[in-house]
Design a protein around this ligand. Structure first.
Ligand SMILES: Cc1cc2nc3c(=O)[nH]c(=O)nc-3n(C[C@H](O)[C@H](O)[C@H](O)COP(=O)(O)O)c2cc1C
Length: 206
């Protein structure tokens, strides 16, 4: 927890107070804190427990500067002390799919499930697979934003970037799908207050 946060916020408090923050203090997030937050975020659920998400933590100032250029020069990318780059890698996921099955399964069950998963996904193009994977990555993104807030750090999800440039900069394979950049750190502004649809505009009860 950084010096500004006296305690870890509960989920309600984090959801109520999280806003996109685009100006940051230079204070770094200690590595062990980031590891704690990331470990908790990795509890997020995914379909069939595939966990196709992969994350690059960028703290190097020069690399952040290059990432900012790849993100239409959005200044929060280089202003934040850390930028989490969240992407899907379904190829890696399926190549090692045995890893995701629960240890309670017997080796025969694991082998059968792995075979079924590979057959199921073989009929889809790499692009379709990664687009599906990116949908799972957004679940992780939601968890991360709330956890960061709970621990006293703000963030700004970013979808406005050139994925080819981001992959080049980070040396990521062409097939992966970059879901979002997430600059994060200690806020140096308040951000906008929430402006949201009312419940009845978006929820139907049957
Ligand atoms: C998937 C996604 C992509 C976004 N892309 C950008 C972006 O490229 N630049 C930016 O400044 N904000 C971006 N935002 C932030 C939204 O504008 C912001 O979440 C929304 O206006 C609600 O404001 P709040 O986050 O302060 O509650 C993005 C948000 C999401 C969820």
């Amino acid at each position: 927890m950084n010096a500004l946060a006296e305690r870890i916020l509960n989920v309600k408090e984090a959801a109520e107070s999280r806003r996109s923050i685009r100006q940051y203090k230079s204070d770094p997030i200690p590595r062990e804190k980031l590891e704690e937050i990331l470990s908790l975020a990795l509890k997020a659920p995914s379909a069939n427990n595939l966990q196709p998400w992969r994350i690059v933590v960028v703290q190097d100032p020069e690399l952040k500067e290059r990432l900012r250029e790849a993100a239409h020069n959005q200044s929060q990318v280089s202003a934040a002390p850390a930028v989490l780059v969240l992407y899907s890698d379904m190829k890696d996921t399926l190549d090692h799919v045995e890893e995701v099955f629960h240890p309670n399964f017997t080796p025969e069950e694991v082998a059968a499930r792995a075979e079924r998963a590979r057959i199921l996904w073989a009929s889809r193009s790499s692009q379709e697979r990664e687009a599906w994977g990116a949908g799972q990555v957004y679940i992780l993104l939601g968890y991360l934003m709330l956890l960061l807030k709970a621990y006293g750090y703000d963030s700004n999800p970013i979808g406005g970037f050139n994925p080819t440039k981001v992959k080049e900069l980070l040396g990521l394979p062409e097939h992966v799908a970059i879901a979002a950049l997430l600059p994060t750190g200690v806020a140096a502004e308040e951000g906008y207050s929430h402006h949201r649809h009312l419940l009845n505009r978006v929820v139907q009860w049957r």
